[in-house]
Structures are given as structure tokens and as C-alpha cells.
Design a protein around this ligand. Structure first.
Ligand code: UT7
Length: 335
């Protein structure tokens, strides 16, 4: 059998909209308090796109920054994967729009939908395209403009989400480095816990669907919370087991940024010290598929990820879905 290649991240980038919406700003929009949001979620502020900015705009900037970081030209990209639940339009895919924007003329392009686990799903797909030698360079993007899909009259959801995009380029890396294992899973039975009911083929957009606010995010927060607390630990442990490592081997943890209490439960179960866990949800809220992607880029640029570190990425989301990966970090092609 032909030997599989080693796939790893060789460049990252991210893009956040400039506009900051604080909890105090939210107090003026909906019946909430800074104190409630901070203590129940850990979020202090989030970023919000303006009316002229769509998901592909953030994704394009994040992608350009990742290319620059990896030292690659757009024509060297073979595949663009955009993980998003907030595409610009139903079709064409956001990935095709990004392909055109960055001039990745040799790339195939498609969107991937696994809600907040989307970037981890994308990473697993990219890993396998690289391992088999099918492609040389895959651009994986997690990009969302969730503030356009939340109902600003629903305090249960509108305080939680924010906009942003993160990108990573996955390519061949030296033996012993890169993605040591990845694990993705789903449980469609829990689909109704987190959904946007209208705008698809089940309930097409209509005056009635809009009047009934069915085009907005609906969530059973309590049930998603219970699922999240269990699956974050389970998924991280599964990925570690797949590559023969243990919790004690983790140098750095990058979890999905949905709720500080969910992250704290994972920290406890994985026995991680706080300073070895990347947290940015206080500044950005939950950016769904962009959360882990932006966190990797920030952690990398801040120099928190060292050569040879064992890094665990883990997330969960609507679907229900979950994903995790273990990386042996190698800073190739970085500035
Ligand atoms: O990426 C995946 C996406 N989703 C998630 O990860 C969400 C997971 N779930 C959560 O993070 C938490 O369940 C929430 C933050 C959504 C809610 O926290 P909770 O501790 O589960 O609160 P709760 O739903 O039990 O609500 C407690 C109370 C309720 O009032 P009553 O019925 O007890 O009078 C809510 O109406 O808090 C009320 N509440 C609020 N109060 C002030 C809910 N949202 C707010 C708010 N401000 N924004």
C-alpha cells in the first residue's frame, strides 16, 4: 500500500468586523443585563457586520491573510471549503464566491454545513485529500454572519452570537507533524434543538414565514448545553485515543467558543490549566464555524502555539454535530 502523507496547517488568517456590540448595547435592544450575559455565558461583547457585508467578504479577507501567512499564491490552492450556516445566498456557494474574489483559478470549491462544528468537519475533509495525495493545498474557511440570522427580540439567542471568519491552509507537512487524528460525528435526532426553520424547501420563505419569525435561529439552550458538556470531553478523548495519546499529553486546548461554562466543564474533564486553553468568546461571542478557526489564528499569531506542541481542537454544534482533532504543531511558512 502507498504510504499516506502527513497533513497539517501551514498558514492561518482571520477577519473580524470592526463594529463592537457590548452587553450594555444589548441591554438597550432586548430585556437583558450585562451581569446575566457575563455570568451565564462569559460573553462581554461581539462583532457585527454592517448591512453591506456578507459572509464571503469576511471569508475572503481571512483567506488572503492565510495565503500570505503560508507564503502561497491563490493559484496554488486546489480546493476551497467554506464551512458556514450563513452563506451569502442559497447558491452559488460561498466557496465559489471566495474562489473568484481571491483569484484561486485552479481550485474546486464547495460549502460544507455542520453548524458550529463546520470548521472541524472541513479540517477532516482537507486532511484526507492531502493524506491521499489527491490535492496539495486545501483552503478551509469557517465564516459566519450570524447576527443576520438571530432574532433581536429573542433574548435567549440574540446575546450569544457574533460575526467573523477564520481560515487555514492544509498541506503536506514533515513526518511526525500535522493532524495526528481527527474525529467527526453527528446525531440527527437532536436537529430540532438548534435550527432555522424557514427559508429552505420544508418551509420556503414567504410573508407568513417572516411574520412568524421562522427565518431566525431557534434554540433549546438548556438541551444544547447538556449535550455540549458531555460531547466536548467525549470528542476530545476520542481523537486522542485515535492517535494513541492521553489527556496528559495535551499542551494546548482550543475549544469551540459557545459558553464559558461549557468550556470550563471541558477544562475540568481534560485536567487542563486555564492558561493552556484559548478563550476569546468574551470578545466575540459564539461565531459558530468561525470560532475555532479564528482562535487558532489568534493563538498562532500570539506565539502561544510552539513547535512540537500537541494541540487539541474540539467543537459541537447544530445538527447535532461534533468534531475534534489532535495536531502536532509545526510553524512552517510563518512570518
Ligand atoms: O454553538 C452551539 C450553540 N449553542 C450553545 O452552545 C448554547 C448552549 N446553551 C447555553 O449556553 C445556555 O443554555 C444559555 C446561555 C443559552 C442559557 O443559559 P441557562 O443557564 O441554561 O439559562 P436558562 O435557559 O435556564 O434560562 C434561565 C433564565 C430564564 O428565565 P426564567 O424562565 O427562569 O424566568 C430565561 O428566560 O434566564 C432567562 N434568560 C435571560 N435573562 C436575561 C435567558 N436569556 C436571557 C438573557 N438575559 N439574555
Amino acid at each position: 500500500m502507498k504510504k499516506l502523507r502527513n497533513a497539517g496547517i501551514i498558514g492561518t488568517g482571520s477577519c473580524l468586523p470592526d463594529k463592537i456590540v457590548t452587553n450594555q448595547d444589548m441591554e438597550k435592544i432586548v430585556d437583558t443585563t450585562d451581569e446575566w450575559v457575563k455570568t451565564r455565558t462569559g460573553i462581554s461583547e461581539r462583532r457585527m457586520t454592517d448591512e453591506n457585508t456578507a459572509t464571503s467578504d469576511l471569508a475572503t479577507v481571512a483567506a488572503s491573510r492565510a495565503l500570505e501567512n503560508a507564503g502561497l499564491g491563490p493559484e496554488e490552492i486546489d480546493l476551497i471549503l467554506v464551512a458556514t450556516v450563513t452563506p451569502d445566498v442559497m447558491f452559488p456557494s460561498t466557496a465559489c464566491i471566495v474562489q473568484d474574489n481571491i483569484g484561486a483559478i485552479n481550485a474546486a470549491a464547495f460549502d460544507l454545513e455542520a453548524a458550529c462544528s463546520g470548521f472541524l468537519y472541513g479540517l477532516a475533509v482537507a486532511e484526507n485529500f492531502i493524506k491521499t495525495g489527491y490535492y496539495k493545498n486545501v483552503l478551509v474557511i469557517g465564516a459566519e454572519t450570524l447576527t443576520k440570522l438571530v432574532d433581536f427580540t429573542d433574548r435567549n439567542t440574540c446575546v450569544l452570537f457574533g460575526d467573523g471568519a477564520g481560515a487555514a491552509i492544509v498541506s503536506e507537512v514533515p513526518e511526525g507533524y500535522g493532524i495526528l487524528s481527527s474525529y467527526i460525528g453527528a446525531d440527527g435526532k437532536g436537529g430540532k434543538l438548534l435550527t432555522v426553520p424557514a427559508g429552505g424547501s420544508r418551509i420556503p420563505s414567504s410573508v407568513e414565514s417572516v411574520l412568524n419569525r421562522l427565518h431566525y435561529v431557534k434554540m433549546d439552550g438548556k438541551e444544547v448545553f447538556k449535550f455540549a458538556v458531555k460531547i466536548m470531553g467525549d470528542a476530545a478523548e476520542k481523537a486522542l485515543e485515535k492517535c494513541g495519546l492521553d489527556k496528559e499529553d495535551i499542551d494546548f486546548l482550543i475549544p469551540h467558543q459557545a459558553n464559558r461554562r461549557i468550556i470550563d466543564a471541558s477544562i475540568k474533564r481534560l485536567k487542563m490549566p486555564n492558561e493552556k486553553v484559548y478563550i476569546n468568546l468574551d470578545k466575540y461571542g459564539n461565531m459558530s464555524s468561525a470560532s475555532v478557526a479564528v482562535a487558532i489564528d489568534e493563538a498562532s499569531r500570539k506565539g502561544l502555539l510552539k513547535d512540537g506542541d500537541t494541540i487539541v481542537l474540539v467543537g459541537f454544534g447544530g445538527g447535532l454535530t461534533w468534531g475534534s482533532a489532535v495536531l502536532k504543531w509545526k510553524s512552517i511558512g510563518r512570518d
